[in-house]
Write a protein that binds this ligand. Structure first.
Ligand SMILES: Nc1ncnc2c1ncn2[C@@H]1O[C@H](COP(=O)(O)OP(=O)(O)OP(=O)(O)O)[C@@H](O)[C@H]1O
Ligand SMILES: [Mg+2]
Length: 601
């Protein structure tokens, strides 16, 4: 605590008048022994820091601050006017010199020399830095336990940490009650002669308990709990100075908690982000539906049996990205070609060219050309897959195979998926596309996923001002095809421009490491959560050298503990446990909530 004389007297005055308060918070018994005190049911001991190491590096007290046990550290930092200090140091150095002229034991001589050197060093700093302020630092460490035995064990454990830091401590023997006062928040330094240490500003700053392994911004969203320090990991992805982009990639073996993290994060963003923020989710496993419904969002289920249709030919608006050359129709054409390539992966270059011709022709049937304005255009005024199917029935002999495949999407089993005018609207600020029913049909789920993403991308690019969050779970479905992977990369790279953020999860790193687009997605992820991974996945990560991991980090991920992993935000990394509040757990996983808290949601 830093304090001035004025503040001290104010505080003293306040405490002095609060006799009632003091009586209320005082323990029933306060009994002083030689090297401990009994306070109510507790046993306590105060240690004095009597010496500090000669030189220190930043965060040198981290180990002490991370000590797990009932311990309080009280550090008093008192600024001293530099001229007063210079006079004091001058006098001390003269005294040490006089002492060294006397006959001394070798130990005393060494100690005195050390003190003299230290005083000279301090004087040098003061004179060299234009008489900057010097601080007197006093540190007291207070331990508390339920029994004397426990207190002894705690002291012993602490001693070994203290030894590693280079500090020298001593119990305030016969002075315990007095020393205890220095630990209380009353700005009282009770044993200054034992504890005082001169320090310049840099040395004082190294004492402050800011840990480099901490990721704690002034505001933001809690990502989890730092497993090294037990503090929360608080990150503000909207801080543009710190994070040039916001996208987050979550990797982890099945069951490690990727979808769980996403749901919890969604709940927090839903509450904490700007009120006009729009949320779009692609949910291949039907894990988000319950959460989304509970907070008032809309779930759109796309399957062979539901009536929801997003027409691949539909164009939502007329806005094109400055970075992209070509008309709205031209850009749509590129995405349509990916869509049809996913339906018919063996499409040749010639077939692709013919298809493009056919696509322009069916748009023409609806009077749609490169000059058409689309805003406000009726959903029915666009061609459908049936139109394409009929159109290529004649004069497109080389598209015969493609036409057969297309038939399953117009008349066959998948006829309800894409064929018809778009009948979904995106008015709800939170929309989840549930595509789980398509899981049985391994071929169509990735197509639908791409299709939804493409539709959402049109919606996202409508304006550059409304904040948007795009959640894509099971993204490996998109990584299967190079074309859809490249599209995801494109979305990933450009979403920031539209005030958006993508949060993407996948099971295996190799989905991302195996291809150039995947690697680029990894490199464009300013946030990353690496949950437990299989050994071969960790090997893949190492081999591809995209994300260097320390041995400790590898061990953490290799342990495969649900909800535990490495969280990366920009240049910061922390070992993190995904946290959840009871209320969040109730919404996300009612069964687990009931098991933990004993009642059903
Ligand atoms: N941090 C956590 N706290 C409590 N429960 C969790 C946590 N993480 C995951 N779970 C629970 O573990 C189970 C599996 O988690 P989840 O479905 O999120 O895994 P996943 O990584 O998405 O797996 P998959 O790759 O198969 O989709 C769920 O029932 C979930 O409720
Ligand atoms: Mg999952």
């Amino acid at each position: 605590m830093v304090f001035s004389g004025k503040k001290l007297s104010e505080l003293e005055l306040y405490i002095g008048t609060c006799t009632d308060l003091k009586n209320k918070i005082a323990p029933g018994v306060a009994e002083e022994q030689r090297d401990y005190i009994i306070l109510g049911n507790n046993y306590a001991r105060t240690l004095l820091v009597v010496d500090y190491p000669g030189s220190v590096r930043g965060n040198w007290l981290t180990k002490l601050y991370r000590f797990s046990g009932n311990m309080n550290i009280s550090t008093h930092i008192v600024p001293i006017a530099s001229d007063k200090m210079i006079r004091h140091l001058n006098q001390s150095i003269e005294e040490y010199e006089a002492r060294l002229d006397q006959p001394l034991s070798p130990v005393r001589r060494k100690e005195t020399e050390k003190k003299k050197t230290s005083a000279e060093h301090m004087l040098d700093i003061l004179l060299a830095h234009n008489h900057k302020t010097i601080f007197l630092v006093h540190t007291y460490i207070h331990l508390q336990a339920m029994s004397l035995e426990e207190l002894e064990r705690l002291t012993e454990r602490l001693q070994s940490i203290i030894w590693q830091t280079g500090l020298s401590v001593a119990p305030a023997r016969d002075n315990m009650m007095h020393a205890f006062k220095s630990v209380l928040p009353i700005c009282d330094i009770t044993l200054p002669h034992y504890t005082h240490q001169n320090m310049h500003a840099a040395a004082v700053s190294s004492m402050l308990p800011f840990d480099e392994s901490e990721l704690f911004m002034q505001s933001g969203i809690i990502m989890g709990q730092n497993m090294h320090t037990d503090n929360v990991v608080l990150v503000d992805m909207n801080d543009k100075k710190m994070f040039p982009s916001r996208n987050m990639l979550i990797l982890g073996t099945t069951g490690m908690g990727k979808s769980f993290f996403m749901q919890k994060h969604l709940l927090r963003q839903w509450v904490l982000e700007r009120e006009d923020t729009r949320f779009f989710l692609i949910d291949p496993e039907r894990e988000f539906a319950r959460v989304v419904k509970q907070i008032g969002g809309q779930v759109i289920r796309l399957s062979n049996n539901t009536e929801h249709v997003i027409n691949p030919f539909h164009i939502l608006h007329d806005i094109t990205d400055d970075d992209m050359r070509g008309s709205v129709l031209f850009l749509k054409m590129q995405r349509l070609k990916i869509f049809f390539k996913l339906i018919y992966p063996n499409m040749s270059v010639l077939e692709s060219a013919l298809l493009e011709r056919a696509l322009f022709a069916v748009y023409k049937q609806y009077d749609i050309t490169e000059h058409t304005r689309f805003a406000g255009r009726n959903a029915k005024d666009f061609p459908t897959l049936s139109d394409l199917y009929h159109h290529i029935g004649e004069g497109y002999e080389r598209l015969r195979d493609f036409r057969e495949i297309l038939r399953t999407y117009t008349e066959g089993t998948n006829a309800k998926l894409f064929n018809g005018a778009t009948n979904v609207n995106l008015h709800n600020p939170l929309i989840c596309f549930d595509i789980r029913d398509l899981q049985q049909d391994g071929d169509s789920q990735p197509v639908v996923m791409f299709h939804v993403l493409s539709f959402l991308w049109e919606e996202i690019t409508r304006d550059t001002t409304t904040p948007k969050k795009l959640y894509v779970d099971e993204a490996h479905l998109l990584m299967r095809s190079e074309k859809s992977a490249l599209f995801l990369l494109d979305v990933y790279k450009r979403i920031r421009k539209y005030e958006g953020e993508a949060i993407v999860a996948s099971q295996q790193p190799i989905d991302f490491l195996g291809a150039a687009a995947g690697k680029a997605i990894l490199n464009n992820s300013i946030g990353m959560l690496l949950l437990g991974l299989q050994d071969n996945d960790i090997r893949d990560l190492k081999e591809h050298d995209v994300l260097p991991l320390s041995e400790e980090e590898e061990a953490i991920i290799g342990r495969r503990k649900q909800g535990e992993g490495i969280y990366v935000a920009g240049n910061h990394r922390v070992y993190m446990r995904v946290d959840v509040t009871p209320e969040e757990l109730r919404v996300i996983d009612p069964q687990q909530y009931a098991e933990r808290f004993g009642s059903h949601a």
